[in-house]
Design a binder for this molecule. Structure first.
Ligand SMILES: NC(=O)c1ccc[n+]([C@@H]2O[C@H](COP(=O)([O-])OP(=O)(O)OC[C@H]3O[C@@H](n4cnc5c(N)ncnc54)[C@H](OP(=O)(O)O)[C@@H]3O)[C@@H](O)[C@H]2O)c1
Length: 393
């Protein structure tokens, strides 16, 4: 069966790797719509290569040469509208930040499969998105689109940790799951003290030891905010209470995550550190297709190390977990503050340690509400961005 995909964030790290998967499996994946932000010319070149007719760009780019037969629309609504095109079966949401929330929501509302890299969607709007995903799962079962065994596949995680847990859980009873172990590389500053981190520059923080990713997630990985966002993502995706989600540093990034069961058994998912594997699995489920990368060579791997994360030095992990545990609209405010602080750090306007301080200041100011609607979340996101801008330090 060919999957017709709309790829949101096609010019980014996950976006271009998704196109690599599509190039390798043209008989299984057809790209039918593309969305990007500022890199309009790149998105149009992709449209030409893959014969895509519908392109949405977040930002108007004057002087773009639009190939014949390609329809280009502009703005956030245009990006969200792509997901409802009748020819789209699967939406790969590889947008960065809370900007991806509406597209995730509209994808599931339109009854389509959501292959989700944009973890911020779940961090901010998990309370709205998961019930929608359950409805689409149910619909897929009724229509005979779900596999005979395992999850119905309406919401497929692309994050390698969540893809790993997803696979470890297949065939298991929920009541027999004791704990999820989310692995972390520890980032480029593992083992450093707060004093060592005082003068860290963006260039230093952008050099991640094991993964090659977009700038925002690379900074989030170095502060361990990324792991905090992933804890919240795991809570929503797998309906797991926070006290049964643990983070462990696994510097080689060979173990992508683990599930512990009530009898003390642990299943771990291992593999080469290449995002095309989890991207491809999110598209191939319940099948497995040929790997686009060399398999892991255990004889060359050497040792596997494990350590507890240092949440005194890397406060963002503790802040995100606290936001998740409190719930409601706090993760939305926390996430927006982090986006502002990270952007300021990348522009040289804020310090590295100031990222956590800014996030904490916004979390302390926010009056938490129960999550009710996308519009409410977008309002809180905008409020948190204003407060965060005043607290960049
Ligand atoms: N990279 C990884 O290895 C990895 C792994 C796991 C999860 N993730 C998650 O995947 C998501 C994407 O990460 P990434 O590393 O691929 O980021 P990235 O390289 O920065 O790419 C982001 C993409 O989103 C587009 N975009 C940004 N704002 C937009 C807007 N307002 N409207 C339309 N398009 C917009 C960008 O377009 P332009 O570049 O054209 O502006 C780009 O195509 C994040 O949520 C991240 O946490 C990434």
């Amino acid at each position: 069966m060919v999957r017709n995909i709309a790829l949101l964030g096609s010019t980014g790290s996950i976006g271009t790797q998704t196109l690599d998967v599509a190039r390798r499996h043209p008989d299984k994946v057809k790209v039918v719509a593309l969305a990007a932000g500022r890199r309009g010319a790149e998105a149009l070149a992709q449209a030409k290569e893959f014969g895509v007719r519908s392109v949405a760009l977040g930002k108007e780019s004057p002087g773009l040469e639009v190939p014949a037969g390609v329809d280009v629309s502009y703005g956030a609504q245009a990006v969200a509208d792509l997901v409802a095109l009748p020819e789209v079966d699967v939406v790969v949401n590889a947008l960065v930040g809370a900007a991806g929330l509406r597209a995730s929501y509209e994808t599931l509302r339109a009854g389509k499969v959501l292959a989700l890299a944009n973890k911020e969607s779940l961090v901010v709007g998990g309370d709205l998105i998961m019930p929608l995903a359950a409805q689409v799962d149910e619909q897929r079962r009724i229509e005979g689109l779900a596999p005979a065994h395992g999850p119905a596949g309406a919401l497929m995680p692309i994050d390698s940790e969540h893809g790993a847990i997803y696979q470890c859980l297949i065939g298991e009873a929920k009541r027999e799951v004791a704990r999820l172990w989310v692995t972390a590389s520890g980032g480029p500053f593992r083992g450093r003290t707060r004093e060592d981190l005082r003068d860290i520059t963006a260039a230093q923080a952008l050099a991640h030891p094991t993964w090659n990713m977009g700038p925002k997630i690379t900074i989030d990985s170095s502060t361990l905010m990324n792991k905090g966002l992933e804890v919240i993502e795991a809570h929503h995706l797998f309906d797991m209470p926070y006290d049964r989600i643990s983070v462990v540093v696994q510097p080689q990034s060979a173990i992508h995550s683990m599930v512990e069961f009530t009898d003390g058994s642990v299943k771990a998912h291992l593999g080469t550190t290449d995002m095309r594997i989890p991207i491809q699995y999110a598209l191939s489920y319940p099948e497995r297709w040929d790997a686009p990368v060399e398999p892991l060579d255990f004889t060359a791997l050497g040792s596997l190390e494990f350590a507890a994360p240092d949440t005194d030095t890397f406060k963002c992990l503790a802040l995100a977990r606290a936001a998740g545990e409190r719930g409601g609209t706090l993760p939305c405010a926390m996430n927006a503050a982090n986006e502002v602080a990270v952007a300021a750090f990348l522009e040289g306007k804020g310090s590295y340690l100031g990222i956590a301080e800014c996030v904490e200041a916004v979390m302390e100011t926010h009056d938490v509400e129960a999550v009710e609607s996308i519009d409410q979340l977008l309002e809180i996101d905008a409020w948190a961005r204003r407060i965060a801008a005043e607290n960049v330090c």
